[in-house]
Design a protein around this ligand. Structure first.
Ligand code: C5P
Length: 222
């Protein structure tokens, strides 16, 4: 069977990462969480007081940033300059700044170059906002995930609670709406459905159904 690239894009908290991770497991593919990379850059900028309005400062900071992923006890784990930052990058202060950081062309170019290198050998499932449109425009399978806002906010609340963060629904909803707006309206590679992407609305289906639908689509392309 031929190895392919599966690009999964869509709005925040539609279940992209969970689906992508499971699909990768089923197919024996690598899973790459591109959002985690933008989150790691944001964490670095916050911790090191990098001003995103100062391009020179941003460029200098990017040179010092090294991101890699490791599988720790079956969980995809993000490392920033050798430190495990998986927990920190999911916190609300990062979520509240990541979309602004992600509007910067220099940041995007640096991340896209790394993402392309990670997908060079194919056999990858990558999720994000611009994977099917910019990172891998020739991906064999492109999926664009959507879900109703109420459902997305509820799912994210549960996910954060499982990680020990209790947040109210309004705060989560506000963050999702703000990020979606910035992501979809930015100048540099805005979030949009690729013309050849399959739409997957996850509002009324289970995670298992989402996974099986994507796996079935992938097998048609292999
Ligand atoms: O996927 P996740 O919700 O963790 O992504 C966090 C943020 O990173 C998004 O809201 C978006 O601003 C940015 N992002 C992006 N391009 C990607 C992946 C994520 O701009 N490919």
């Amino acid at each position: 069977m031929k190895k392919i690239i599966i690009a999964i894009d869509g709005y925040s908290a539609c279940g992209k990462s969970t689906t992508a991770k499971r699909v990768a497991e089923e197919l024996g593919y690598a899973y790459i969480d591109s959002g985690a990379m933008y989150r790691a850059v944001t964490l670095y900028f916050l911790d090191n007081h990098v001003s995103i309005t100062n391009l020179k400062e941003v460029e200098r900071a990017l040179e010092k940033i090294n991101i890699h992923f490791e599988n720790i006890s079956g969980a995809n784990t993000t490392f920033l300059n050798g430190a495990n930052v998986e927990k920190q990058i999911r916190k609300m202060n990062v979520s509240n700044h990541v979309s602004e950081v992600s509007t910067l062309a220099v940041v995007r170019h640096a991340m896209v170059a790394q993402q392309r290198a990670m997908g060079k050998r194919k056999g990858v499932v990558m999720d994000g906002r611009d994977i099917g449109t910019v990172v891998f425009p020739d991906a064999e399978l492109k999926v664009f995930m959507t879900a109703e806002m109420g459902i997305r906010a509820g799912r994210r609340q549960l996910e954060l609670l499982e990680k020990g963060q209790a947040l109210n629904l309004d705060e989560i909803r506000e963050n999702l709406e703000k990020r979606d707006h910035i992501d979809a309206t930015r100048e540099e590679s805005p979030l949009r459905k690729a013309d050849d992407a399959v739409i997957l609305d996850t509002s009324g289906i289970t995670l298992e159904e989402q996974v099986q639908q994507v796996v079935a689509l992938a097998k048609e392309k292999m």
